[in-house]
Design a protein around this ligand. Structure first.
Ligand code: AMP
Ligand code: FE
Ligand code: FE
Ligand code: ZN
Length: 281
């Protein structure tokens, strides 16, 4: 039986499993196909492809692009893109620089809130990840005993309306879709109706993204979407001719309720996605 999970994170970004361990785990769970989609980086893909061969899992190269539409953060999954694309890599470098640049300001806010972060402890959480994120700060806060979980850190301090939040640069969504297409990839909006993004991504806006930018798909089956949301998004995907994917958004120990393979993508949808990638190459 085919089981396809198209959205996962490793320790290369804010997941907790090393790349090879993630692929091994996928094999153990009986997944046949896995996309590695770390935030704003391709750094784990070579290792993922090698591990895919070792463990007998089909690995699809991907990433999760930090973008914004009218100032609202939107995550965009790219698949099958040329990882040597100069324009795409230049833009991802900008996003990663934005991730680094915000850190001192966030640490200053945490210090003001009575939670100074030890720079050595933070560095240990980041490890050699080229794509530092708030989850790494959350992990340092846990290590220092300020909070119990990443979730608690986001709810109380690090979320977009939290007292330690600082915004960062991210690519305009329409430019991000174009960059993925120019590098022969396919673009799928991740968790389009998670709490923050629903108002920004109504059907009319999605229709415009299909019409003007040839958006390829939306992630329908995702843990941020309840049954009603999945049903509505599935209908919208049908009306607009969007690929409707399903995936776990696995982050290892970093996110509860996102077990590897907890949502999967239908084989017909996956075949169409791969056909679009093949067409572009
Ligand atoms: P950043 O990349 O710095 O913008 O941080 C956003 C990342 O934090 C997302 O990609 C999620 O992986 C993670 N995140 C957001 N909210 C939560 C939460 N409530 N619990 C755990 N991780 C979260
Ligand atoms: Fe993440
Ligand atoms: Fe995301
Ligand atoms: Zn993700």
């Amino acid at each position: 039986m085919t089981r396809i999970d198209l959205h996962t994170h490793s320790a290369v970004s804010d997941g907790t499993d090393p790349v090879a361990q993630l692929v091994e785990k996928a094999a153990q769970l009986g997944l046949t196909t896995l996309a590695l989609t770390d935030h704003d980086t391709f750094a784990g893909l070579d290792e993922a492809f090698a591990a895919g061969i070792e463990y007998g899992v089909q690995v699809v190269g991907g990433f999760e692009f930090s973008t914004q539409l009218g100032g609202v953060s939107v995550h965009l999954l790219g698949y099958g893109m040329d990882v040597n694309s100069v324009s795409l890599n230049a833009e991802l470098s900008k996003n990663r620089a934005g991730r680094k640049d915000r850190i001192p300001a966030m640490l200053a806010k945490l210090a003001q809130l009575g939670m100074p972060i030890d720079s050595q402890i933070l560095a240990e959480q980041v490890g050699d990840s080229p794509s530092v994120g708030r989850p790494h700060i959350a992990d340092a806060m846990i290590k220092q005993g300020y909070i119990e979980s990443r979730r608690e850190a986001f709810e109380k301090y690090l979320g977009a309306s939290g007292p330690a939040y600082v915004s960062r640069y991210s690519t305009p969504l329409t430019k991000a879709i174009d960059l993925i297409h120019q590098s022969a990839g396919v673009a799928v909006i991740a968790h389009p109706w998670s709490r923050e993004t629903k108002p920004a991504l109504d059907e009319q806006t999605l229709a415009w993204l299909v019409q003007e930018y040839q958006l390829d798909g939306i992630e329908v089956d995702h843990q941020d979407h309840d049954a009603q949301t999945r049903s509505e998004l599935g209908k919208i995907a049908g009306r607009l001719g969007l690929l409707a994917t399903g995936s776990s958004d696995y982050h290892g120990l970093g996110k509860t309720n996102h077990d590897l393979g907890c949502n999967t993508t239908a084989v017909e949808v996956f075949d169409e996605l791969m056909a679009r990638i093949a067409d572009k190459h």
